[in-house]
Design a protein around this ligand. Structure first.
Ligand code: B3K
Ligand code: ZN
Length: 883
């Protein structure tokens, strides 16, 4: 624990390392309470390095021995201060032998080497390798690794590390060993080992080139019936990357290992991906449609990192989005291609944009706002953010929007041609895209430099005599911490024009001969006007089709125009968008009424549009579901100058209730018509039907009457899959149904042996309307609750603080007191997880004064603690300082 004010690290201070490494050999004697690690590192001087000081980092490791070029290094020959080991004036060629002692069983941070349910696992990104040994733990230092693992054979029958298994055998004393060698150079953050009692599903496949590869999914005993989907997803990922990007698996062996204690989703260690069980284990009994889709996406994501992240990695952590933004973009495209249909692709795009708006836009407008390539940080773990990942993916997507799929592919090819095996920067990626497409992308750098969500305001003018249509786009960006003024971005704005019948007009723009129905306008200046010719009637514009840039679009649509777009736009994303804009207008109006104490008014027009969508059999059920889903309370909050969570909740609930009342018969029809018969399959078409059916049930649930209670109960009793069961249980939990408590109890006893399902049980209750702080505290006393397991902590505490705004923002401030307590309790165990929770009060300055003061007090309470990790300290300091 540190109590000093943590110092920031700056991007501009990057210096190349004094030495490169050719090889690393490691020997592990694995023991939970005393693991010995012997490391032999061969260094050679980097003549471009600034000086000769060899710098290694260590964190909570005991240094037992240090030898340089065969001799023990005298204490005066090196300095060891606050985890940094410096050897000044090191020779050109250095062989360093280091012995360290670590205690995996006491490691609750889950960084470095730790124990989970009796097995050993590692997590090294970003700076966890230094918890294993002293090392130049920075991503630009890449090396080949050979790793010897030794452990008790009975307790740890399986010993895994990166690369290929070279040798294994018994040591004669009840222990055994395995020797692994990774043929590829890698940075230390991609190192991994796993040791324990595990079993695997394996499959051999033939790669595009004809080479064979062995694929394995490792799990604890009892989970072998839940690996099929992860394996299928892995194979699909391999095929997809071969086909779409010409990238083949470079290893003979590729392993996925599932672990129940994990800080995040998964980790792309070379050849040995380690996954949170949540993103591996699935069967129809325990996993929902969303779980199945997430597993596919995360398996894909980690696999795609093998090229975008591992073969080409980051020069320094400021470049994190180089691998993360690009790899998220790749996994988004993969998931979309796996669905295949146009409508399915649109629904996937809508889901991704939803995440961006719900999480990234607020981040970009709050005290933790940072550019996609940050200029400074205190703790890098705090920068695995939605900005780096999701906004980063949008930035990558814009290259594809500008250059098309083929142009994008050319840029990727050039990127690998130039940089395979290197540690590079976001500028290198941009240069490859620019050069491959013969374009100057200097201005595009601003997407990496400038934080904050740009606004694009559009005005139009139709000249009926000249048959011209003028579209003026003005961009602006609000200031963010440290960046007052924003320079204009290059923004691709994809546009179509609809005629009176709702058909796409052919577009004549400039001197271009062809007349496409969608054009990408390149907005480069603060203000620009585009002129469409031969426009025979006044059109309704469809702007920012498929969400072509991560901006807020402002255009003064009338309600009638929105309803028109909702019914006719050929761009499915904008059809959805029009409905969301209409709904948002109603929600904001209702929120205002609720604040002034006036009676809330039912809105017939919105119900009519919604009814048309609900009953439109031409539309895919998955699309209808997403179109009928109202903007989340947190998204409404972002539209308000002063956030009033209680009024927003009242407004949204009222709107849902009134829609349910007026659409009752249609909802009941949709419920009946979208039943999926036969054995469960998570394919997009079946999942889409279930989603619409379950959305109907959830709307009907707002009516809270006996007929609907019976429907919920029946669905709960008859469900043959977790999606239907969970929806029914959530509906019951949020109702006054007589069977409510019994269903919750039965669910628990039916799934007591399945940790991932018990997480759902906690999380569903944490987000229920009836669950206040007292109820959460009571759930924390449940024997199945544990703060040490990140999934469990997230399922209850995070779900409440982030997913139940109505109760979390209770006017007495009890939610905030609870939050402060939990941040502090978690910080003592796991700073990374604590720092995530610490983010929940980021936007405190935006709330109504009474809440704001109580939030401020809770933030102060955490800030005043004398034992904060630098993770939490950075978040809290920025929250209190920020605008
Ligand atoms: N690269 C890892 C994230 C590591 C987070 C470390 N705090 C997972 C991923 O993005 O694929
Ligand atoms: Zn990633």
């Amino acid at each position: 624990m540190r109590t000093d004010t943590p110092a920031a690290i700056y991007r501009k201070d990057y210096t190349p390392p004094s030495h490169w490494i050719s090889t690393v050999e490691m020997g592990f004697d694995l023991d939970p309470s005393a693991t010995r690690v012997a490391t032999r590192i061969v260094f050679e001087r980097n003549h471009a390095g600034s000086d000769r000081t060899l710098t290694l980092y260590g964190d909570e490791v005991e240094l037992v021995q240090l030898r340089m070029n065969g001799k023990a290094l005298a204490k005066r020959a090196y300095q060891l201060e606050q985890g940094v080991l410096r050897i000044p004036s090191a020779p050109d060629d250095v062989v360093l032998e280091i012995e360290t002692l670590i205690r995996p069983d006491r490691n609750t941070s889950l960084m470095g080497l730790y124990v989970s349910n009796g097995n050993f696992f590692t997590q090294c990104e970003a700076e966890g390798f230094r918890k294993i040994t002293y090392f130049p733990d920075r991503p630009d230092v890449m090396a080949k690794y050979k790793v010897m693992l030794r452990a008790d054979k009975r307790k740890y029958p399986v010993l895994l590390s990166n690369g290929n298994l070279i040798e294994q055998g018994d040591l004669g004393d009840g222990r055994h060993y395995a020797l692994w060698e990774d043929p590829f150079k890698k940075p230390s953050y991609l190192f991994a080992l796993v040791a324990g009692n595990l079993i695997c599903q394996e499959e051999q496949i033939k790669l595009q080139s004809g080479r064979k590869a062995l694929l394995q999914v490792w799990v604890e005993e009892g989970n072998l019936d839940k690996t099929q989907h992860a394996m299928a997803s892995l194979i699909n990922s391999i095929r997809w990357d071969e086909k779409r990007f010409g990238l083949e698996l470079d290893l003979d062996r590729f392993m996925i290992v599932a672990v129940g204690d994990f800080n995040m989703g998964a980790m792309e260690n070379k050849g040995l991906n380690i996954f949170n069980t949540k993103y591996v284990l699935a069967n129809p009994r325990i996993a929902t449609d969303v779980d199945y889709a997430n597993i596919e996406a995360v398996v894909g994501h980690e696999y795609f990192h093998n090229w975008t992240g591992n073969r080409v990695t980051c020069r320094d952590w400021f470049q994190l989005s180089l691998k993360e933004g690009l790899t998220v973009f790749r996994d988004q495209e993969f998931s979309a291609d796996m669905i295949g249909t146009d409508s399915g692709r649109a629904v996937k795009r809508i889901d991704d944009v939803r995440v961006l708006r719900q999480a990234q836009f607020p981040e970009d407008a709050g005290p933790m706002a940072h550019p996609v390539r940050p200029d400074s940080f205190v703790e890098i773990s705090n920068f695995y953010t939605v900005t780096i990942y999701e906004k980063g993916a949008e930035v990558v997507r814009m290259y594809q929007t500008l250059f098309g799929r083929d142009g994008f592919r050319k840029g990727m090819d050039l990127y690998f041609e130039r940089h395979d095996g290197q540690a590079v920067t976001c500028d290198d990626f941009r240069a490859a895209m620019a050069d491959a497409n013969g374009r100057d992308l200097a201005q595009f750098e601003r997407w990496y430099d400038q934080a904050g969500t740009p606004r694009v305001s559009v005005t139009t003018r139709y000249d009926a005599g000249a048959h011209t249509y003028e579209m003026t786009l003005v961009q602006s960006g609000a200031s963010t911490a440290g960046q007052e003024e924003k320079r204009p971005f290059l923004i691709p704005v994809s546009v179509g024009l609809l005629d009176g019948k709702g058909r796409d007009m052919p577009l004549s723009l400039g001197d271009a001969e062809e007349q496409p129905t969608t054009v990408v306008l390149e907005l480069k200046a603060r203000s620009q006007t585009f002129l469409f010719r031969n426009v025979m009637e006044k059109p309704v514009p469809s702007i920012l089709r498929n969400f072509s840039a991560p901006v807020v679009l402002e255009y003064d649509y009338t309600d009638a125009e929105l309803a028109f777009l909702m019914a006719h736009d050929s761009d499915a994303f904008n059809r959805w968008e029009a409905g969301q804009r209409l709904a948002m207008r109603r929600l904001l109006a209702l929120t205002a009424l609720s604040q002034s104490g006036d009676a809330l008014q039912v809105d017939a027009a919105l119900a009519e549009s919604f009814s048309a969508t609900l009953n439109d059999g031409e539309l895919d059920p998955a699309f209808r579901e997403t179109a009928l889903n109202l903007p989340a309370e947190t998204v409404v909050a972002e539209q308000m100058d002063v956030i009033d969570p209680q009024a927003i909740h009242a407004a949204r609930r009222f709107l849902r209730q009134s829609l349910a009342k007026s659409l009752r018969p249609s909802l009941l029809n949709a419920y009946r018509d979208n039943a999926v018969n036969g054995p469960y399959s998570p394919d997009a078409a079946s999942a889409g039907k279930r989603a619409l059916r379950n959305l109907s049930l959830s709307y009907l649930g707002e009516l809270d009457d006996e007929e609907i209670h019976a429907l919920m109960q029946k669905q709960y009793d008859n469900a043959n899959n977790m999606t239907d069961r969970m929806t029914a249980l959530a509906a019951l939990a949020n109702s006054r149904a007589a069977g409510r408590a019994a269903a919750l109890a039965r669910f628990y006893s039916d799934f007591e042996q399945e940790p991932l399902v018990i997480d759902k049980w906690f999380s569903l209750q944490a987000m229920a309307r009836t669950t206040d702080v007292a109820a959460v505290r009571k759930l924390m006393k449940h024997p199945a609750f544990s703060l040490k397991n990140p999934n469990r902590a997230r399922s209850l505490i995070f779900s409440f603080c982030n997913g139940n705004p109505f109760r979390f923002h209770a006017i007495d401030g009890s939610g905030y007191e609870f939050w402060a307590e939990q941040v502090l309790a978690l910080d003592a165990l796991n700073p990374q997880v604590a720092a995530r929770l610490a983010r929940s009060l980021d936007r405190w300055r935006k709330y109504a004064p009474a809440l704001r003061e109580k939030m401020h007090a809770a933030l102060k309470r955490v800030a005043d603690s004398s034992r904060l990790s630098k993770d939490v300290k950075e978040v809290i300091t920025k929250s209190l300082a920020g605008a």
